[in-house]
Ligand binder design. Structure first.
Ligand SMILES: Cc1cc2nc3c(=O)[nH]c(=O)nc-3n(C[C@H](O)[C@H](O)[C@H](O)COP(=O)(O)OP(=O)(O)OC[C@H]3O[C@@H](n4cnc5c(N)ncnc54)[C@H](O)[C@@H]3O)c2cc1C
Length: 357
């Protein structure tokens, strides 16, 4: 690397965290370069729908994205509820006055979040080097290379269907051990997937059970199905700055330990990484103030979710449908005295998963 190149802030990985960091840096007047190992953005996704969660803060996630300098130039559809299933009980319907999540498309497909962020970055003059592994070692670098290990896997299909728009969530260890399955339909396009935390070696069995469930219980017609899948990783460490390298997104362990809603963490931490460089603020202080309380609570939530199994799933489903589901989720995604007391037990339960290289 020559001295001229050292003026650039290097960003490794062109996922939501890396591209957000690049966009924010450019808006602060910095020169950023993004290095992506794959041939294009969104390589591990395949046009599947994902949910950008809108329950963990009072502020709407779309307003939050606009505040940090991200334009909504991608498909972004509010969902206000859906059907929830748990074993040995009739399905219940969730309804919320405010959107519970925003549907976004992932991968290198038209209208996807990944393409939207890429377009915003390119329009600000940021260079993205594809098929490139960053080898530089000097200068400020933001690392956003995604999951390092596997705490959960998600496998599913995208498909065409005549069914009307809907969202369905299923909690059942026979379909998604210690996780959940979901189906989202938007304008004749559908996504269904099972998110598996335990017994991952039997993924084929759970995938089949998931497809059978949606076919039998929801009478879904599936055409032109395409498979997709990936993994997720969560951990909490003391610092995310090592030798001038700032870690953001899932490569810093920023992930919703309970259910894997990691996009919000990825985008916000990418913003914080850029802001720390532009304003000289301590990155560790920023993420510890804004993200750590929720990360820790989500670890406790995962511990409790795994512990109570099907009985817990039924309790959860009933709670969702009583009162305001968004408020219920917000309360449970944020710190409480009880959860702070359980935190050391949850931390020791996931200790192996929490230690990183
Ligand atoms: C199937 C599936 C469904 C999901 N559903 C949801 C959902 O509904 N809601 C939600 O909020 N989250 C969901 N998630 C999680 C969410 O997708 C991730 O948390 C989020 O994409 C993390 O963003 P990131 O930028 O940190 O990492 P990534 O999106 O993984 O991006 C990292 C990038 O770095 C690149 N890279 C890796 N190593 C190198 C290297 N050495 N050099 C250069 N580039 C490198 C990778 O190719 C990749 O493009 C889901 C995940 C999966 C797998």
């Amino acid at each position: 690397m020559d001295s001229k190149e050292e003026n650039y802030i290097n960003i490794v990985g062109a996922g939501p965290a890396g591209l957000t960091a690049a966009i924010v840096l450019a808006k602060y007047g910095y020169k950023a370069r993004v290095y992506e190992i794959s041939p294009d953005i969104g390589h591990r996704m395949n046009g599947d729908f994902q949910g950008l969660e809108n329950w963990s803060s009072d502020k709407n996630i779309i307003s939050l994205l606009k505040d940090i300098g991200i334009d909504i130039n991608f498909l972004c559809v509010p969902y206000y509820g859906g059907d929830v299933h748990a074993p040995k009980m009739a399905p219940l319907e969730i309804k919320s006055e405010k959107p519970i999540f925003y549907l976004v498309k992932r991968g290198n497909t038209e209208g996807s979040l990944d393409n939207g962020l890429k377009e915003q970055a390119l329009s600000l003059g940021i260079k993205i080097f594809f098929n490139t592994r960053f080898e530089g070692s000097s200068g400020k670098t933001i690392i956003t290379t995604g999951p390092k290990r596997t705490d959960f896997i998600a496998v599913g299909i995208t498909f065409d269907t005549e069914m009307s728009n809907r969202a369905v969530v299923v909690f059942d260890d026979k379909i998604a051990p210690k996780g959940y399955a979901y189906m989202i339909i938007n304008d004749t396009l559908g996504t269904m997937a099972t998110v598996i935390y335990r017994d991952r070696k039997n993924v084929k069995k759970y995938f089949k059970n998931m497809v059978d469930f949606f076919k039998n219980k929801k009478n879904i017609n599936i055409k032109n199905d395409k498979k997709f899948g990936g993994r997720g990783n969560f951990f909490i460490r003391d610092t995310n700055v090592h030798n001038e390298k700032i870690y953001a997104g899932e490569s810093a362990g920023f992930q919703d330990c309970l259910w894997g809603f990691g996009m919000r963490y990825a985008i916000l931490s990418g913003y914080m990484a850029a802001k720390s460089i532009a304003s000289g603020l301590d990155y560790d202080l920023l993420w510890k103030r804004e993200l750590k309380p929720m990360l820790e609570t989500s670890l406790v939530n995962r511990y409790l979710f795994e512990k109570f199994g099907n009985i817990g799933y039924r309790y959860l489903v009933k709670k969702f449908t009583k009162g305001n589901p968004r408020d219920f989720l917000k309360r449970n995604y944020n710190q409480s005295l009880l959860k702070n007391l359980i935190l050391p037990i949850a931390k020791s339960r996931y200790k192996a998963e929490q230690t990183t290289s």
